[in-house]
Design a protein around this ligand. Structure first.
Ligand code: FAD
Length: 375
């Protein structure tokens, strides 16, 4: 398997539990030894789809121990008090905020306990499919490691090296549509006593028409704040380039959030904006030689909070198809047929939800309609 991120580590548990011999090759170092380097989205919304998959792997309890419940959206208008819009009638219909590092580390531990072997500092470099050889590079000293493989499973994320290798062997029909909006992450620290500065059990949204800010809680009392802005235009990453310009934007458009983010200027200048896009593929597998799942197969924009949830569902589906099929090629084909329509649907919904989140959640007609739906 390539990639010991979220999908790779969950699939390693599911397959090892079924008796497969799984070896995972991960580009980065072991996060349990050297600290987590993710480069993006520090926390994630975990929904029932993802929890269901974690349950199948016996991983739910370890993960939920550090999750924070989010009962609904706390909408912050530019003037007036924030208002909670519940996701459901009661606490049986909620989503959860989970720290990416906590989640990944819990899944890596369980994968190793189930019998998977995980090699860190192994970046997939090239694949010779007819000969069944793959080359990995250790980025610390550029040393190569060659392996022989029966089959490769690509859980190596949106920039998948396995996908590129498969595409060279036989075109997959890949196309990526980048959004003309990007994002930056900031942090709300805890109070001096270690508590949350704003309502803990909610996904906070500051909708502002063409752009928005959101904040998700972390178990240790912080919030990860994500600002989504257009790349071009009057209020965009082109016009809000410096930390001082970011502070001015927050003074004007997010005045209640500004005092909560003491390191806004430094954090703004420390990281470039993250790109967002949707990846479409015609094919996810190469006979029985290789298959893709998670972001490697169907990366999506994050506005439905379902990329990881969908990747987790892929893991269960692939493990079940491998249980039933007579060959790897048959299992991969059945997996693609089962999951591709679902992934396409959630990709489209994620794009639509950006407009709802940034522009409609504080709309009076929209709110009335939601209240009627819930009544
Ligand atoms: P990743 O998590 O990207 O893991 C890929 C792994 O492969 C990494 O460990 C990487 O180091 C490794 N790798 C990469 N290249 C190689 C190589 N050449 N060789 C070996 N290893 C390699 N989803 C949700 O469900 N809820 C949310 O709230 C949510 N919020 C998000 C917010 C933002 C801003 C973003 C950008 C995404 C968000 N997502 C969310 C989506 C979620 O992050 C992804 O869908 C999820 O991480 C996909 O998991 P994955 O295992 O497929 O890929």
């Amino acid at each position: 398997m390539i990639g010991a991120g979220l999908a790779g580590s969950l699939l390693a548990i599911l397959l090892s539990q079924r008796g497969w011999q799984v070896t995972v090759h991960e580009r980065r170092g072991d996060p349990r030894i050297k600290g987590y380097e993710s480069g993006r989205s520090i926390n994630l919304a975990l929904a029932e789809r993802g929890r269901h998959a974690l349950r199948q792997a016996g991983a739910e309890e370890a993960v939920m121990a550090r999750a924070v419940m989010m009962r609904g959206r706390m909408v912050h208008p530019i003037q007036g008090q924030p208002q909670l819009q519940r996701y459901g009638r009661d606490d049986s219909e909620v989503i959860w905020s989970i720290h990416r590092a906590d989640l990944n580390i819990a899944l890596l531990d369980l994968a190793e306990q189930a019998g998977a072997r995980i090699h860190f500092y192994r970046r997939l470099h090239t694949v010779d499919f007819p000969a069944g050889y793959a080359r990995f590079i250790d980025d610390r000293d550029d040393s190569p490691h060659d392996i022989r493989f029966d089959t490769l499973i690509g859980a190596d994320g949106a920039g998948s090296a396995l996908r590129a290798a498969m595409d060279r062997a036989s075109p997959l029909g890949a196309r990526t549509e980048f959004l003309d909006h990007s994002y930056k992450e900031l942090e709300i620290p805890p109070t001096q006593a270690g508590g949350f500065r704003i309502e803990a059990n909610a996904l906070h949204i500051w909708p502002r028409g063409d752009y928005m800010c959101i904040a998700l809680p972390n178990a240790e009392g912080t919030f990860t704040v994500t600002l989504f802005l257009p790349n071009q235009g009057p209020t965009s990453f082109a016009t809000v380039a410096s930390g001082a310009q970011a502070r001015a934007l927050f003074e004007r458009d997010f005045p209640d959030a500004l005092p909560l983010i003491p390191d806004l200027v430094q954090d703004w200048e420390a990281h470039p904006p993250g790109l967002l896009g949707t990846l479409y593929l015609d094919r996810w597998h190469l006979g029985g030689r290789a298959v893709l799942l998670g972001d490697a197969a169907h990366a999506m924009v994050p506005f439905h909070g379902q990329g990881m949830n969908c990747a987790f569902e892929d893991c269960v589906a692939l493990a079940e198809q491998l249980d039933q099929a007579e060959s790897l090629a048959q299992a991969y084909a059945a997996f693609e047929a089962q999951r591709k329509p679902n992934a396409s649907a959630i990709q489209a919904m994620a794009l639509e939800n950006y407009i709802e989140m940034r522009d409609r959640v504080d709309d009076a007609d929209f709110l009335l309609q939601r209240q009627l739906e819930q009544a």
